[in-house]
Ligand binder design. Structure first.
Ligand SMILES: Nc1ncnc2c1ncn2[C@@H]1O[C@H](COP(=O)(O)OP(=O)(O)O)[C@@H](O)[C@H]1O
Ligand SMILES: N[C@@H](CCOP(=O)(O)O)C(=O)O
Length: 349
């Protein structure tokens, strides 16, 4: 569990009362999470999550919070952030809103930027079936479409530029075969990113970290039913295919070996393409983006593991898992294009 910054009951109570949620009745640090400080906050009006941002600041946060609001307003099951009634929302602008425009969803608690969002019901399913994956695939495609007209722009801050900057920081901690893999994969991804096929990929605001532990399923239903997805704090404008690859690499992987699980992968992809068919460029670059998504989380886990931060309760994720996934994805025998759905169902849009 990660509580980097302790929040006093009185301070949280003052915030929730000021923004109209009524008196605080319970404040409890949350287990899980590695980026931010999270508390469950219950008030007279409902159940919320209070997040204090440890690394992100007012330059980046409006994008994430406004994206959540935008998606919630379009019926997507994402936590709706609660606004500060004293901050006026920026006037609508047809093309873009400057990143430094005031953000009504950004609060300040214990000296840190903070947000208070609706608490989703349900539980994460860490061993998903094909039916869970189908639910996720469908929602992912709907979210991509619903975010099309989101008026803010912010790159994926954990994208290629960050990989290039961070690789030299983690390289000294790797043995020779690991270092060779990291260097060669980074060179490959820089090459892919410079290609015309990559430039042709459709893009927009994406979650970019939609792992199993960032989704909730109903606990009162026999059939898997997604109740929502959360943790948009790695979101950014990126290719939809990268977002899909992040999900495939987490939801449809055999965890001990890092190999892809064809049944779950097909279910996720089939559900996704039913809502939004993949383009020809997307089908061609799916293997490369699966490698990119593995590389992204291998690097971030290496960084978190070897250069940890202070937290009262913090469990770093295992970096070797994504090293295995990357080796599987970049091995010459890796053949995700032989998935029936990739060659059959997914017609060019
Ligand atoms: N909106 C929410 N509704 C319900 N539970 C949430 C919500 N946001 C966070 N949580 C809980 O808090 C935990 C940590 O949140 P997460 O966003 O993953 O943290 P971090 O950003 O630090 O990685 C999650 O595993 C989940 O149990
Ligand atoms: N999902 C990432 C790291 C981010 O952790 P989260 O708890 O915020 O999802 C990983 O597994 O490496």
């Amino acid at each position: 569990m990660a509580v980097f910054t302790e929040v006093g009951f009185d301070e949280a109570d003052a915030l929730v009362q000021r923004i109209g949620l009524g008196p605080l009745t319970e404040l409890r640090g949350i287990e899980g999470g590695i980026e931010n400080t999270n508390y469950f906050a219950t008030t007279a009006s409902g159940h919320y999550v209070l997040t204090l941002f440890e690394r992100l600041g007012p330059q980046q946060l409006p994008y994430y919070l406004c994206l959540m609001k935008h998606l919630a307003a379009r019926g997507m099951p994402v936590p709706e952030p609660v606004a500060d009634p004293d901050i006026a929302p920026p006037a609508d602008h047809p093309l873009s809103i400057p990143a430094d425009a005031p953000c009504e969803f950004l609060h300040r608690v214990a000296g840190k930027p903070a947000a208070i969002v609706q608490r989703l019901e349900g539980k994460s399913v860490l061993a998903p079936t094909a039916a869970h994956c189908a639910e996720l695939g469908r929602l992912l495609a709907h979210m991509h479409q619903a975010a099309r007209d989101f008026p803010r722009l912010q790159p994926n801050l954990r994208g290629l530029a960050w990989w290039n900057d961070t690789a030299p920081v983690v390289l000294p901690y790797l043995d020779a075969p690991q270092a060779a893999l990291l260097r060669s994969e980074l060179a490959y991804q820089n090459h892919v990113a410079a290609s015309s096929a990559y430039a042709a990929l459709p893009r927009g605001p994406v979650h970019a970290d939609l792992f199993r532990d960032n989704a909730m399923f109903a606990t009162d239903s026999d059939e898997p039913r997604l109740t929502g997805v959360f943790d948009f704090y790695f979101a950014g404008t990126d290719t939809w295919l990268f977002d899909l690859a992040v999900c495939l690499n987490d939801w449809a992987i055999d965890l001990p070996t890092g190999r892809h699980d064809a049944l779950r992968a097909d279910a996720l992809l089939a559900a996704y393409v039913t809502v939004r068919p993949l383009t020809g460029a997307e089908r061609a670059l799916l293997p490369a983006m699966l490698r990119a998504a593995a590389l992204r989380f291998w690097i971030s886990r290496l960084w978190d593991f070897h250069l940890p931060r202070e937290a009262s309760m913090l469990k770093a994720h295992d970096p070797t898992h994504f090293e295995r996934v990357l080796r599987e994805r970049s091995h010459p025998s890796a053949a995700p294009l032989s998935w029936p759905v990739a060659s059959g169902l997914a017609q060019a849009a």
